[in-house]
Design a protein around this ligand. Structure first.
Ligand code: 5GP
Ligand code: MG
Length: 183
């Protein structure tokens, strides 16, 4: 879906499809270098990471296994509590393997800091995190993020996998949502 189809719902395009592809190609080149000769499995967190996983995997110039997890964060209302439940676990065994968790956005970092600890306890050789977007609150968590596309302000964004009530995930660009959509 193009921005033109939902123009009145959006305030501003933050990153266009072309800018996203360019940044992902840069990060993929780093991953190619950093994991040269190593057995790599990339783990996508459903459902938001579907687009970034698909584009990241295709930008790599090496073999990579793609696996998926679905988790739900418990919290009061919209606040994430850091208590995470696994809804769909990985299919692969991580023993001795290099794991890169690929996500579309880190807000508080609670989900990924839990997930990093969980996957590390499975005997992986290494567990690192790659995210396309990162919000300021994430800096306060003890979470090391190896690859970041962009740091963004504390605004609610949609598109490229990011939804508002399951809509806008299939928007090509990443944009901020107009207040009238929430109310
Ligand atoms: P946290 O880092 O707080 O544990 O949770 C990150 C998750 O919150 C993301 O995977 C995403 O589902 C959701 N999230 C955080 N910020 C935004 C945003 O600006 N837009 C959308 N659509 N989802 C967000
Ligand atoms: Mg996510």
């Amino acid at each position: 879906m193009d921005v033109a189809a939902v123009e009145s719902d959006l305030v501003k395009v933050l990153f266009t499809e072309a800018q996203i592809q360019e940044r992902i190609a840069e990060i993929a080149a780093e991953i190619d270098r950093d994991y040269d000769g190593k057995d790599l499995v990339i783990v996508g967190v459903l459902r938001g990471a579907v687009m970034v996983m698909a584009d990241m995997a295709r930008s790599l110039t090496r073999h990579v296994e793609m696996d998926w997890m679905a988790v739900s964060s418990y919290g009061s209302g919209t606040k994430s509590s850091g208590v995470v439940r696994i809804l769909k676990d990985l299919d692969s065994d991580l023993t001795g393997r290099h794991v890169l968790i690929v996500d579309e956005i880190i807000d508080t970092g609670l989900t990924l800091s839990w997930l990093t600890r969980n996957l590390s306890s499975r005997g992986a050789a290494s567990v690192e995190v790659c995210t396309l977007l990162r919000k300021p609150d994430a800096q306060r968590m003890p979470l090391t993020v190896k690859y970041v596309g962009w740091d963004i302000p504390n605004e609610f964004v949609v598109g490229y996998g990011l939804d508002y009530r399951e809509r806008y995930r299939n928007l090509r660009d990443i944009a901020t949502l107009a207040p009238h959509v929430y109310s």
